[in-house]
Design a protein around this ligand. Structure first.
Ligand code: SF4
Ligand code: SF4
Ligand code: SF4
Length: 302
């Protein structure tokens, strides 16, 4: 009796998904930032061969799942996946796999170390049971390759460009590189249109004369995005200047959703009822002014 209850517990875990043939399950793994070691991949191959049908599937949340696992093998596979460093993941109303682009480890456009941040978020938040599913995505720049604004919580690395006054030659190199048409040459020097600038930082390295400087990197945090039938773009919550403050703000968002959200509806559908703007004002008060960064267009508007 005791044994049966434990097996049933495993079956109820978010990372164990009942298949179309209800007698089989797909077992999804936890993979912070979608990174696996070669040894973990070898281990997954061995486990998939032993308990599945010898194939694995890559999910859109950067994990690997093993299809066609029989119920009697769930306990064994759970133990072996744990030992492999790729434990059973999550999929239900909980904080699911944290995804990340390669960021500054490999991408020349990156403004932040996304992999490090995503792993820290995972270590703190992964698997927490919530009233609604919480997907978190981190992107190193506004190119947003992991679609952070289509997740319940998104983080985007940004950099604000600054031109050294008076030294510009007006060559137009930065104008050419800015995809947002946010720079123009006026009276022989480059001029930034703050309304159009998305703070990607691409222009910073484009100046052959090294006249464009980058303000310290910062992190835009968004809330309430979603994919699926009725996609929604997340709302901007605030921008902070350190990883620690990103972790603090995400912790506050999770706490707010945990205490106030209703189950049965996506977070994006509840933001107004949850008084998002009031929450936003509260969070801004909790982040020391020195660490809350004004986006360039908002700063210019004031
Ligand atoms: S989001 Fe930006 S930093 Fe990340 S992979 Fe895409 S281009 Fe590179
Ligand atoms: S930081 Fe702003 S001005 Fe520079 S390339 Fe990006 S959008 Fe254009
Ligand atoms: S690339 Fe440099 S020198 Fe040329 S217009 Fe831009 S800021 Fe001025």
């Amino acid at each position: 009796m005791q044994k049966r209850e434990k097996e049933s517990d495993i079956h109820m875990r978010g990372g164990v998904i009942t298949e179309r043939d209800a007698g089989l399950s797909t077992v999804r793994t936890r993979a912070p930032a979608g990174v696996f070691t070669i040894e973990q991949l070898r281990g997954l191959a061995r486990v998939a061969k032993k308990y599945g049908t010898g194939i694995v599937h890559c999910t859109i949340r950067q994990t690997i799942e093993i299809p066609h696992v029989s119920p009697e093998n769930l306990k064994k596979i759970a133990k072996e996946l744990e030992a492999n460093g790729t434990p059973i993941g999550s999929e239900k109303d909980e904080i699911v796999n944290i995804i990340s682009c390669p960021g500054s480890e490999r991408c020349k456009f990156a403004n932040i170390d996304t992999l490090s941040l995503a792993k820290k978020i995972d270590a703190k938040m992964f698997g927490k049971v919530m009233p609604v599913k919480i997907r978190i995505a981190v992107s190193g720049c506004p190119n947003a390759c992991t679609s952070p604004m289509l997740n319940e919580i998104g983080v985007i690395g940004r950099v604000r460009p600054l031109r050294t006054e008076g030294l510009c030659t007006g060559c137009g190199g930065c104008v050419y590189y800015c995809k947002e048409h946010a720079i123009r040459i006026r009276n022989g020097i480059s001029e930034l249109d703050e309304e159009k600038c998305v703070e990607c930082g691409m222009c910073v390295t484009s100046c052959s004369f090294d006249l464009l400087k980058a303000e310290p990197r910062h992190y835009l945090i968004t809330v309430g995005g979603r994919r699926g039938r009725h996609p929604k773009i997340g709302r901007e919550l605030l921008t902070v200047d350190t990883e620690d403050h990103v972790l603090f703000v995400i912790d506050r968002i999770v706490d707010w959703v945990y205490r106030r959200a209703w189950s049965g509806r996506l977070l994006s559908e509840q933001l107004d009822e949850l008084h998002f703007e009031k929450f936003r004002a509260e969070i801004i008060k909790q982040v020391p002014e020195a660490h809350a960064v004004q986006p360039v267009h908002k700063a210019a508007a004031e």
